[in-house]
Design a protein. Sequence first.
Lengths: 377, 351
Amino acid sequence: MAAYLDNAATTPLGDPARQAMAEVYDARLGNPSGAHRLARRAQQVLDEARDVVAEAVGGVAPGDIVFTSGGTEADNLAIAGVVDRVGGVAVCPAAEHHAVLHPVQQRQGRVVGHTADGLVDLDSLTAALDEHVTIVSVMAVNNENGMIQPLEPIRELIDRHAPNAVLHTDAVQAAPWLDLADHTAPADLVSLTGHKLHGPAGCGALAVRNGVELAPQLVGGGQERGRRAGTHNVAGIAGLAAALGAIPAARPHTTDQVAARRDRLADGLLAAVPDTVETGRRAGKIPGNCHLCFAGIESEALLFLLEADEVYASAAASCSSGAQEPSHVLAAMGVDRRLAQGSLRLSLAATTTAAEIEHCLTVLPPAVARLRAHAIA
Amino acid sequence: MSGDPVMVAMSGGVDSSVAAARLVAQGRHVVGVTLKLWGGASDSGCCSVSDVDDARRVAQQLGIDHHVFNFGDDFDRHVVTPYVEAHVDGRTPNPCIQCNRHLKFDRLLRRARALGFERIATGHHARIVEGPSDHESDRRPMRHIGRGADPAKDQSYVLYMLDQAQLACLELPIGHLAKDEVRAEAARLGLRTAHKPDSQDVCFITATGGRSAFLGERVELTPGRVVDGTGAEVGRVDAVQLVTIGQRKGLRTAGGGAARYVTSVDLATSTITVGSRRDLLDDHTTLHELQWAHGPVTGPVTAQVSAHGRADHAHITGDRVRWDEPHQRVAPGQSVVLYRDDVVLGGGIAA
């Protein structure tokens, strides 16, 4: 028995995406920038994918969907694209994904604080806003703690204190769970990626609303209306669109089912493992996130034991060597560093079965108990 | 699978690659781990991403799981910080010994046990020598670290701190091989590390910056005077903290005459005293933090004061090593390792 509970890292490819990608490959389509029939067919696949993505994101013309190589590129294009174009200062909260945090820091931007539940500290944000700020980036759902960040209050503060700023949101973790048209409506720029929603990795998009102008970060053949050069990943884009397009119909059922399984998992672990802290507020999270800190252990050792029983999960970010690094998200929330050392993210998807949850509930409590018995090891 | 499961520390070098390969060949359940110890600049050591890549690729070739353990906090606490403090206090630290003591044979061993591995292995050039017990009441075999088969690569010196409990769960699969044989075996197995150069020196000190750059970022380095036995100034140094007893080079003394050696370092007055080789000779060295593989030993030994230095004849009594022939003064902080018949009895740190 195995339990894959690392869906916030990447999800298994779903049938809609697999089928759409297979069709593109099997049809041996051309380069959509070409002039012949096979090129035009590829162009048609692209155009239709743009329609689907624009529809899912809402409030954006299909021509303002910029396809990218994934969420990281979309985030970089948003931050660097705005600052390089109009200058000024970028602002983001400390618990952003590094794909936002690093471009902001690289441009001497301002990093603001969080409250203990993981949401943006609005006072801290207000203090960072002024007429020099040209972009504020706030993720719709945090990848570690799963907390949903309401964007309307952020938009209101920007309109009041930073009249020259646009709002970007990294909605990579939100897309499977939230109605993007509704939740991201206050944002001008929205990042997406395929592999968090049962689509392919290596394919994402930046939705550009309200005529925001971007300096391209990749120049060359002028694709994506000059905003992102490079031959289109037609199959990947078709897969992304198919995966995204399949979400809304399934969402009510998926949400209920995943939330019930997550609750069973979280409640079961909280009951079975003493000295365990649930991160954030469950009511404010996406259904797929269960984030716990086990006092007195190290997640690196826990992941090893879980893997031995085929439970696949993650802790904080891994560095390029593969070593576990302390979580900047938990640090931003003020979680004690020693407690944060025992953090574990169990992330569910529509594909997560009840049996996987039960397997994890069987395996995890004795693993924590074993590590505690060996003290800090 | 046969035999006990074993966790092998893989640095990404050829020695630990072959150590892992030999354990796999025994049909054991083997898991490879690479310790991430140092997050800063590095060009030679065991902590860089490319070394982790090499360890991982070798593990893939061998068909074993590979994990990275981040022991950076402990490395800072037990190795880097004491290394800096030792320089401030005028001692000559041995960070590789501290790393073995605190990271490989304490932290990793505890981690391994917590994960269900009672045995760990490393690619050190040293052997585990088993002998009959010399105790009436305890008949378990007595273990010692013995010198590696390759005299030029012997690493028994840096393993002197191991006690019976640690020796009982340690395996050194390549200690009986010469370095050439290790490389030949790696080449025969097609391991990508077969021709990788040996790591040099301290892993967290870069070749370009050296100790002065590393320490200069962390503590204030103070220039000092170099004086002879009469107190007359004969030179200057940029950083007294970097000067070690017995040092000959880098003193900027006026040329000519007999070679001058550092005979004492006084950090309080930033004064280095130099003298002849004879001024540097001692008839004994006092040790502290003595550790024994199997209880204290008295009597004739050979004693070695650096990783690849010569072992000289001496007698150990209590905490005092009495040299048979006058011996160059041992810099405070250096480890003195005591052998008998090429077997490590124990050691201590020069006072």
